[in-house]
Design a protein around this ligand. Structure first.
Ligand SMILES: Nc1ncnc2c1ncn2[C@@H]1O[C@H](COP(=O)(O)OP(=O)(O)O)[C@@H](O)[C@H]1O
Ligand SMILES: [Mg+2]
Length: 232
């Protein structure tokens, strides 16, 4: 599977809820095949950035361009087809009649679903109700679904929230392996400075709907005041 990864350009984007700006004149460029971490405390606007890239939110002003095309109408649909999105929260009733295998196949088709179920060691879950899986298994199923779409872009919103530390490490290792194999563009969101994947080299720090720092991981994490800047 050969892909090039997508380039994303957010220009002066403002998103409002009522009169309050959730994103305030935010600009961000992510190159093809780049792996970035969006870091910021709860409420800083990280999820809203991902939703803007998916065309779910309506800008008050500014724009999002994907591979040089403004994200409107048909371009939003085309974009979603190229994107694997693992949302921050998901839930399902335990008696909802859908199996893990069904969820993975929502990504593309049964054949791709079987490939990713095997790749992610989820074969033993595919006939079980989705709601009966553990949080970590659900997270992996969501990633398998995202990957079975054969995406060029992967958006991961705080995947650590449902995983214990060893499941989280496995999850990140898998993302890193797939990122390099498929040359995906990856935007990984977290509010924890200690949870930045090894192979991610660029950190974009958000606060109050704005980007306050953007640079190499080493440089940003070396800043003695980084915790205060992020959480203070
Ligand atoms: N649909 C919405 N309506 C009103 N406020 C919202 C909406 N979505 C997000 N917000 C607010 O915008 C801010 C940023 O939210 P979000 O992007 O989810 O932050 P993060 O993912 O960094 O925690 C928060 O204060 C949140 O309450
Ligand atoms: Mg969020």
């Amino acid at each position: 599977m050969e892909t090039n990864g997508l380039e994303i350009e957010i220009k002066n984007l403002t998103i409002k809820a009522g009169k309050t700006a959730i994103l305030n004149n935010l600009s961000l460029k992510v190159k093809k095949g780049e792996f970035i971490t969006l870091l910021g405390r709860n409420g800083s606007g990280k999820t809203t950035v991902l939703k803007s890239i998916l065309g779910i939110t309506k800008p008050a002003s500014g724009s999002v361009e994907i591979a040089g095309t403004a994200l409107t109408g048909a371009a939003i649909r085309a974009m979603r087809l190229k994107t694997g999105y693992v949302p921050q929260y998901f839930s399902s009733e335990n008696d909802f009649p859908i199996t893990s295998g069904d969820v993975i196949a929502m990504g593309k088709n049964r054949k791709q679903a079987a490939i990713w179920a095997r790749e992610m060691k989820l074969e033993n879950t595919v006939d079980r109700p989705f709601g009966s899986l553990s949080g970590g298994e659900k997270q992996k199923v969501m990633l398998a679904m995202a990957l079975s779409r054969e995406p060029e872009l992967l958006l991961l919103d705080e995947p650590n929230l449902n995983l214990d530390i060893s499941a989280y490490r496995n999850f990140i290792a898998l993302v890193e392996k797939l990122k390099s194999r498929l040359n995906l563009t990856v935007i990984y969101v977290t509010h924890l400075t200690g949870h930045i994947p090894k192979s991610c080299l660029r950190i974009v720090v958000m606060k109050d709907g704005e980007i306050i720092m953007d640079g190499p991981k080493n440089k940003i994490l070396k800043n003695k005041n980084i915790e205060r800047i992020i959480y203070g």
